[in-house]
Structures are given as structure tokens and as C-alpha cells.
Write a protein that binds this ligand. Structure first.
Ligand code: HSE
Length: 442
């Protein structure tokens, strides 16, 4: 029999346990693809005594990374520890000791990608990271290998399963934001710190990684404008629904004549279009390449086994040598300073969805539409429900929601108009303004 390849796993949390399970339960199938058996020779965890859902022989477990980095019989290390430290130091230790690394840690790559990729290159090692973006969807391979002949023009994606799960629950069952978040955590979709899911950080880090592969530029993720779903409420989703839209957390990167535009924010997408029909913990990526045209990828973007699927595929790629070739030929981050195309805060010309809490008294609507008119913003449709007919217990000056869909207009004009409206005496609280992503461009 062909000699087994011995691998080390660091971290046996949700994803790590799924990887061990897949390697054991699908061992024959994996062996056929890898050309040899793959065995977990060592696992490093924070707490060796912890009871785990996956059974790993006790003699393979330790809490010291050197048991993997210092073992010359282990060639591949699978780093499934989240966060920045100690994950960064562990990756450095592994690369310096000649291990090829597979990881799902997108925060680590988004933050320290340039130095880690440079180190891997100097050491003649590879880093494979399919699982870091969009869980089980093979989007990293698609962009870096299968679409290599294309100049990528745009990416639109739902890249955070937790946010999408929460939005879907709020929309379909009327769950509160807090209840939907708790459910997402119990299902293992959310990060250890779920604020990174719901404030848009996780999707922004994934967009930075995808954009690097697609456009060849390294944009520090913190420079990408972002807004999460944490300020949304069920009413907003219902109003969007009345107008024929769903709200999704959408990551957008597109290359125009003036440079690269990038953004992560909740946006309205027309019901029936692929992004709007992406529900629950599913992720979706729509890519336009100059030769291939538009492609759409859809699959589970979070959760134990979908993420393990991507990790194990990377382990196989590393074992057979494909990961090293891809890492070398795609030149991942070989020139992180080549940012000729720096991110542009381009003014988008699109429709906008506004919710303004207006005072319920004469002249208010005229004042609001007047301000919009002053900024050349034309109204396409408007909703204001009769608060009394709705049996609302709204105090007279709590404000009634006025929902406006504009015609296509400049996003900076909308921002200025909203500032003027919110600064006037006819509103109660801050308005919400979301962009509408037209299906034509999806
Ligand atoms: N917490 C992430 C998500 C999964 O909800 O999409 C890992 O990237």
C-alpha cells in the first residue's frame, strides 16, 4: 500500500472536528483522490482534557504546536484556530519549520496575508485557504484556477452565512434580530465573537481576499467601507418586501475606469433574483469575467461539514502538489505593494430605499420631499401606513415610518439629503438609507 501522508491539525472546534470526521468517514474516497491514505498523526488543542464530539486517539493530542512543527514526519499542517493570535505565530512557526499550511482563518489572512504569503514563498511552502471564503463554495479555486483566462470585472456576494441566516429568519418568521442571532450561534455558523459576523467585518475580510485573487490588488480590509446588519429591524425587511425586494448583506467589488469600488452593506435585491433567493446560511457569489460572462455560485457558506469539505479538498490538493503549483503560479500576494488600482469611493448612481421617522403633522411630507427635490432626488414610490388604522400604540411624537424608493440618483446626493432631513425638525430619530442593487447588474 502507498505510504500514508501524516498531517497535523491545530484546533478541534466545530470545523476541526468536521475535518477529522470527514477524513475518517470518507477515508477510501479521499485516498482515491489523494493517491495515498491521509492520517491525522497529531492534533494540537488548547485544552487536552476537554470532552470532544470527535474521537481522536489521546496520544495524538497535545497543547504544544511544536509537536507538529517539530515533527519531520508531518508535512501538512491544518490550522483551524480562529482570530489573530496565537494563530499568526502558529502559522509562522509551521512555515518556518517547512510545513505546507491549510487554513480556514480569513481574519488572519485579511490582516496578515502579505507577510504570511511572503514567508511561505521564501520557505518554498504553500498556504491553501479555500475554506476561508464562502465555506463550501469552491470560489477561491474558481477565481484563481478555472477563471484564470478572464479579466474579472465585478464580484457581488453574500459572504456571511450568519447574517444571511438572521435576515432570512427575520423575514420569514418575523423573528427578532436577537433571537435569530442566538439560533445562528447554536447552529455553529457564527464566529466566536458574532459581532464580526453582524457588523460586516467577516464579509469585508472575505471580500478583501477574493478581490486580491480577482483583481490582483491587496486592499487592507479596514479601508473597505462597510455596514453590517446589526442596525436593521423586522419592519425594514417588511417594507422592502412590500416593494418587491429582500434585504441582503452584499459585498461588492467592481473594476471601473476610475479604479476599484468596494463595499459591504445591506442592500435591496429584487425578489426572484439569485441573490434575493439565497436563504439561510447559504452564501452566493456572482462574478463577471470578460470572456465567460456572468457566473453564479451558490452553496452553504458556514457550518461544520460545508467548511470541512473545503478544508479537506485543500488537504488533498496540498498532498498531491496542486496547492503548491497554484500558490506559485497565481503569485498570491507576491507584490502586495502593487496597489496601482487603489480603492475608489466612487459615487454610485442607483436607486435608494429610505426609511424616515417623520412627525405625523401637516406639512411634514412636503418638507421631506422638498429637501429630496433640492438634491435632485426623484421619488419612485412611497409607503406610509395609517398608524391609527394599524392599531399602533405610537405616541404622537414618536414619528411614523415614511418609506421612500427613489429613482436612480447619486449616493452622495442621497447622503447629503438624509443629513439635511435628519437635521430638520420634522423627523424623530435617524433615517435608514440602503442602496438598491438592480437585477440588471446582478
Ligand atoms: N461565521 C462565518 C459565516 C462562517 O457566518 O459566514 C465562517 O466564515
Amino acid at each position: 500500500m502507498t505510504k500514508p501522508v501524516r498531517i497535523g491539525i491545530i484546533g478541534l472546534g466545530t470545523v476541526g472536528s468536521g475535518v477529522v470526521r470527514l477524513l475518517v468517514e470518507s477515508a477510501d474516497h479521499i485516498q482515491r483522490h489523494a493517491g495515498c491514505p491521509i492520517v491525522v498523526a497529531k492534533a494540537v488543542v488548547k485544552d487536552v482534557a476537554k470532552v470532544r464530539s470527535v474521537s481522536v486517539p489521546i496520544d495524538t493530542l497535545s497543547s504544544d504546536i511544536r509537536n507538529i512543527s517539530g515533527d519531520p514526519t508531518i508535512s501538512v499542517a491544518v490550522l483551524l484556530v480562529g482570530g489573530l493570535e496565537p494563530a499568526r505565530s502558529m502559522m509562522v512557526e509551521l512555515l518556518q519549520n517547512g510545513k505546507d499550511v491549510v487554513t480556514a482563518n480569513k481574519a488572519l489572512l485579511a490582516e496578515h496575508g502579505p507577510e504570511l504569503f511572503a514567508l511561505a514563498r521564501t520557505q518554498g511552502r504553500s498556504i491553501a485557504f479555500e475554506a476561508a471564503v464562502a465555506g463550501g463554495i469552491p470560489i477561491v479555486a474558481a477565481i484563481s484556477e478555472c477563471l484564470a483566462a478572464n479579466r474579472i470585472e465585478s464580484i457581488r456576494g453574500i459572504l456571511n452565512g450568519t447574517s444571511n441566516f438572521i435576515l432570512t429568519r427575520m423575514e420569514e418568521d418575523g423573528s427578532s434580530y436577537a433571537d435569530a442571532l442566538k439560533l445562528a450561534q447554536s447552529k455553529g455558523f457564527a464566529e466566536a465573537d458574532p459581532s464580526m459576523d453582524v457588523d460586516g467585518t467577516d464579509a469585508t475580510q472575505k471580500l478583501a481576499i477574493l478581490s486580491h485573487l480577482a483583481f490582483g490588488v491587496w486592499v487592507p480590509w479596514a479601508e473597505i467601507p462597510r455596514m453590517g446588519i446589526d442596525g436593521l429591524d423586522v419592519d425594514l425587511l417588511h417594507y422592502a418586501g412590500e416593494l418587491g425586494y429582500r434585504i441582503r448583506l452584499v459585498a461588492v467589488a467592481s473594476r471601473g475606469s476610475a479604479g476599484l469600488t468596494m463595499r459591504v452593506a445591506p442592500a435591496l435585491v429584487k425578489i426572484g433574483t439569485p441573490l434575493a433567493e439565497t436563504r439561510g446560511a447559504y452564501n452566493a457569489v456572482s462574478i463577471v469575467g470578460d470572456a465567460v460572462g456572468r457566473m453564479f455560485f451558490h452553496g452553504l457558506g458556514a457550518g461544520q461539514m460545508p467548511t470541512a469539505s473545503a478544508v479537506v479538498a485543500d488537504i488533498i490538493d496540498t498532498v498531491v502538489g496542486r496547492a503548491a503549483i497554484t500558490f506559485r503560479t497565481t503569485g498570491v500576494l507576491c507584490d502586495p505593494d502593487a496597489n496601482a488600482d487603489r480603492i475608489q469611493n466612487m459615487d454610485a448612481h442607483q436607486r435608494h430605499f429610505l426609511r424616515i421617522r417623520a412627525s405625523d403633522r401637516p406639512g411634514v411630507l412636503a418638507k421631506i420631499t422638498g429637501i429630496l427635490g433640492d438634491f435632485r432626488i426623484s421619488i419612485a414610490s412611497m409607503i406610509q401606513h395609517d398608524a391609527i388604522e394599524q392599531g399602533a400604540s405610537i405616541a404622537p411624537d414618536a414619528g411614523v415610518p415614511l418609506v421612500i424608493m427613489t429613482h436612480a440618483c447619486s449616493s452622495s446626493d442621497v447622503a447629503k439629503a438624509i443629513e439635511a432631513i435628519d437635521g430638520s425638525d420634522v423627523v424623530r430619530g435617524r433615517s435608514v438609507c440602503l442602496s438598491v442593487l438592480d437585477e440588471r447588474a446582478e
